[in-house]
Design a protein around this ligand. Sequence first.
Ligand code: CP3
Length: 343
Amino acid sequence: MEDSKFLRALNLQPNSIPPVWFMRQAGRYLPEYQKIRKNYSNFLDMCKQPKTCAELAMQPIERFDLDASILFSDILTIPDALNLGLAFYEGEGPKFSNPISSPDDIKKLIPFDINNLGYVFKAVEETKNLLPNDIPLIGFCGSPWTLAAYSIEGGGSKNFNKTKKFMREYPNELQNFLEILSSACFDYLKQQVLSGVNTLQIFDSWADLLSDNELERFSLKYTRMLAELLKKDPVTADIPIILFEKSPNKKVEDLVFKEITCVSLYWQEDIERISKNLIGLFAIQGNLDPKVLLRSDESIWQETKRICNVMKEYPGFIFNLGHGITPDIDPNKVQVMIDAIRQ
Ligand code: CP3
């Protein structure tokens, strides 16, 4: 692992060529993924097959020779383990059959038990068995807030109106739920580390639903609580933490905190300004707009080079997309981006 460019960057050490991996690197844009995916009608059933998860995690590593691998799973495994009844059917987003509709549903929740997620930890072990020694494995979870939003809404949504209504009517009960989720996320990430992951990423994908005060009260408070628990536990204390916040109504500089190692920038964030303010303090991951990969090779090359040039002198830069890659992207376009980074 000493010669991992990715881990060097997380330690704020310089790399002449930046390490690269990207969100949703194993996914529907890859024909080799589609080939396996078509054997399952419910995506979650595929996530419950550790050997398949390991094989899927390896696909983008083999195709693009990336510098880090990410566990193949989903953030919604935790609410599923709380018996909210998750399923993902063709062409639909996630759906919960028993969402959190009232404070009573929070009271009635079964205690979180990591043994219900044994398939995830087996997937970590299987993936570590296949990965080359110098390629680190990233484990992850959703932020407590993002998990609460899906659990209350009952699935994906444009504006999460049910969640916002719940937040206004039952703020204290929501906070109880966020505490349950924070502790579940901690147990879950710790067990991922015990199973072999080298780095952790927390996805706060729905931070942008919240106003400034709400962000502090319902999201950041619990993400920090989670990071603090990780830093206090000897098993996880030395594991780098990457935080992804999607376009929050707050400057990135004002939401980072000392327990995290790296901030993963959403594509709308101004990497140039942020890098000037965070240099020497945090590693930065980001942040090419995934939609750029739908443009001409020349345009991909230009945008990729622009980011690399801005970050050339930044110790601790990891090239990534500013959000997950989408199914409409041609893998050859990804290769153009990678060639631009490495040339
Ligand atoms: O390659 C990787 O990045 C690793 C695996 C991974 C998946 N989901 C696999 C997946 C990771 C890290 C995630 C995180 C995740 N899941 C997030 C946070 C990141 C973000 O995008 O903001 C969120 C919000 C989810 C929840 C989720 N999972 C949704 C809303 C959906 C459906 C919408 C969509 O993009 O399809 C998923 C499904 C999902 N998770 C797929 C994959 C590969 C596609 C499933 C399929 O093949 O049908």
